[in-house]
Write a protein that binds this ligand. Structure first.
Ligand SMILES: [Zn+2]
Length: 672
């Protein structure tokens, strides 16, 4: 996957809707818990009422403002699909309608069973040697099944105007290496239910039921070996350490068992002279992992992943089996209805096509202007902050400003849409459509290797409630749905609220990513290239170490602390986003007019607006999952963590020693 720095990750979306406030003048009161002092726990003060009264829907693992937006968008996408299925229309609508019809046709899905992956299952069954196994790894990659390792095409970090082929650690069925080793009872239970699940899938495929447990354990042992040589989450952060460019002779030396050429040929790579290896020690370890595992286990490993990854497109018994395992990981109590699962797969297959229809119907051009202007103001505020920094030399400041001013901005939807016309989608079979879509994507990615870099490309869809900073393009990207507050029209929301909700939480956050522990290592042109003096780098690192320490101290679940090192980039972006959001806001009329609305001052509405953007709650399983795999801190700490560093917050809510949010001045983190 391309290394984007997104605002946050929502696991899975959807289910019954909980409304926030409806009155255009009162965004907050229904969500608040006024029995709590804002100085003691701002998250609970602003969102505690909502947290208390809102159940997490049975088919969700967490729930919050982003899910509510997604819920509304899911309904919109459903309408788009149903209309396309019923009336057809242009070639885009035809594709969408066909995908939808095939996906919803459960009786046909039951009837066709494994038909469209049968040739792959047979090829796997015929494997006798490791080179044949490797060729199969390539063939499965082509249809969207990543096994043994991750492969992708992305801009070369050190030459952002060229694409490069990347090899990274991968091949695990559990979400992170730590799931294979942590000793707490919850993680042990996940491992047990994973092994049972693998055995059940093999049983459904007709394996001899007396042997499936042993086979499942062998697959698990193989994955544990892969995990053993995989880097921890925090060790994936340093872009220099995860960039090891080598020619094919050097690559071959890493592992003698892997013949790369047949694998490259299988995935359609013709001529490359170099690759970027993320984690060389992982590839070095593959030799021993492969030779110490029986061919039968390697075959079963491929079979399991092929079937499991397509379980949603297969007869119900496969999807139900997957869910029986997934619930131990996510805590969700029920499966999502078919229509929502079809939309999720459709987004993966051709989300940008849905986006084209989505913006035709729902895009608000006036709001685009509003946030473009806000982005300009926030960028200017950041520039002033850089100029005033006491810890950075003038020469580094100048380069930082050059980079800041070069940041590209994309808001709403792409100027140039991807061309999906060659993707083969019919109303006949869901699994076949998904295989074809994945094949199209592999071809799309691999063909980049012979093309110039396309900086117009988007890596999110217009209908996505999220945003990202892309270091290789030095750009910030905000999809059309990013700034929605559910239940409100954009023009009904006052600026004070939106400088917090959109300005700090989205725009300021993404701009700051260009200057977090990773982003700062890329220059104005998007190249991984050191533009810092040694002294300035050290001064930054010292400040970053303080935020690592601050977040290490939080313990959202008993025994599970936030990983301050892995989350530092996001926490730096949150803190920076709030600081520059405040600076920009203070220059706005909404601040200067000093109007009281619903009893709140403008600055109070700013902080409340920011907290609204992190109104979420999670099941314990999902929270543990987040703490182990996600570079984003849990929602509550994305509010209370940075607020306790921000002086304006102390002024606004009159914090004093002893208050829950109070931190001694010398320990408050100041970076940007
Ligand atoms: Zn982020």
């Amino acid at each position: 996957m391309k290394r984007l720095i997104a605002l946050f990750l929502i696991g899975a979306f959807a289910a019954s809707c909980q409304f926030i406030s409806k009155s255009p003048t009162d965004v907050f009161s229904v969500n608040m818990d006024t029995s709590i002092s804002p100085a003691n726990d701002f998250f609970d003060y602003a969102n505690g009422g909502w947290v208390k009264k809102t159940p997490i829907p049975a088919d969700e693992s967490s729930w919050g403002i982003g899910n509510i937006v997604n819920e509304e968008n899911n309904e919109r996408l459903k309408t788009i699909n149903e209309e396309a299925a019923e009336h057809g229309g242009d070639s885009i609508q035809k594709k969408i309608g066909d995908f939808w019809m095939a996906g919803m046709d459960s009786s046909h899905i039951e009837k066709t069973g494994l038909k469209y992956i049968q040739p792959y299952l047979e090829s796997i069954n015929n494997i006798q040697t490791i080179p044949q196994f490797m060729e199969m790894v390539g063939r499965l990659y082509v249809i969207g099944i990543p096994v043994l390792m991750d492969m992708n095409v992305a801009q070369d970090d050190k030459q952002s105007d060229k694409y490069a082929f990347r090899l990274s650690q991968g091949g695990l069925g559990l979400p992170d290496r730590d799931y294979y080793f942590n000793k707490d009872s919850a993680t042990v239970n996940v491992r047990i239910s994973y092994a049972v699940h693998i055995a059940n899938i093999l049983k459904l495929l007709g394996y001899d039921s007396t042997k499936t447990r042993a086979e499942a354990n062998s697959i698990f042992t193989f994955e544990t070996r892969l995990a053993m040589f995989s880097r921890e989450l925090a060790d994936m952060r340093d872009p220099n350490k995860n960039y090891n460019k080598m020619n094919l002779v050097e690559l071959q030396k890493l592992s003698t068992q892997i013949r790369w050429q047949p694998l490259f040929t299988a995935i359609g790579i013709k001529n490359i002279d170099s690759v970027i290896v993320g984690q060389p020690e992982f590839f070095k370890s593959l030799d021993a992992s492969l030779t110490s595992t029986s061919i039968q286990t390697l075959k079963d490993y491929l079979t399991y992943h092929l079937v499991n990854d397509f379980s949603d497109q297969l007869p119900e018994k496969f999807g139900r089996e997957f869910f029986s395992f997934f619930k131990s990981l996510s805590g969700a109590k029920a499966r999502k209805p078919r229509w929502k699962r079809v939309i999720a797969s459709e987004q993966k297959a051709m989300g940008e096509l849905l986006g084209q229809l989505y913006v035709r119907k729902y895009f608000d051009a006036a709001s685009k202007k509003r946030y473009e202007q806000m982005a300009n103001e926030i960028r200017d505020a950041f520039k002033e902050r850089i100029q005033k920094l006491t810890w950075m030399s003038d020469s580094t400041k100048q380069k930082a400003i050059v980079k800041l001013e070069a940041i590209r901005r994309k808001i709403g939807y792409p100027d140039k849409w991807k061309d999906f016309s060659a993707m083969e989608i019919t109303n006949e079979n869901y699994l076949l459509n998904m295989i074809n879509a994945n094949r199209w994507w592999t071809n799309y990615e691999i063909s980049k290797l012979s093309k110039p870099v396309d900086r117009e490309e988007w890596f999110m869809f217009p209908q996505t409630y999220n945003a990202y900073y892309d270091p290789s393009n030095n750009e910030i990207v905000f999809p059309a749905a990013a700034f929605i507050v559910p239940g409100f029209k954009d023009h009904d929301l006052d600026d004070a609220v939106m400088y917090g909700y959109a300005g700090a939480s989205y725009i300021g956050h993404e701009i700051t990513h260009g200057f977090d522990d990773q982003g700062r290592l890329y220059d104005a042109k998007g190249n991984l290239h050191n533009w810092w003096s040694t002294q300035d780098s050290a001064a930054f690192a010292q400040r970053a170490a303080m935020i690592v320490k601050q977040f290490n101290s939080y313990e959202p679940l008993p025994g599970y602390h936030i990983n301050g090192s892995a989350t530092q980039g996001e926490n730096i972006a949150d803190l920076g986003g709030i600081e520059i959001g405040i600076d920009a806001f203070k220059k706005s009329n909404a601040y200067k007019e000093n109007k009281i609305i619903n009893g709140f001052t403008p600055m109070e509405r700013f902080f409340m607006g920011y907290a609204l953007s992190w109104m979420y709650k999670s099941r314990p399983e999902a929270l543990r999952h987040q703490l182990m795999t996600d570079v984003h801190s849990p929602a509550k700490y994305r509010v209370n963590g940075p607020f306790s560093d921000v002086n304006e917050f102390y002024k606004t809510y009159h914090l004093k020693p002893g208050d829950g949010m109070f931190v001694t001045d010398s320990l408050r983190v100041k970076i940007w």
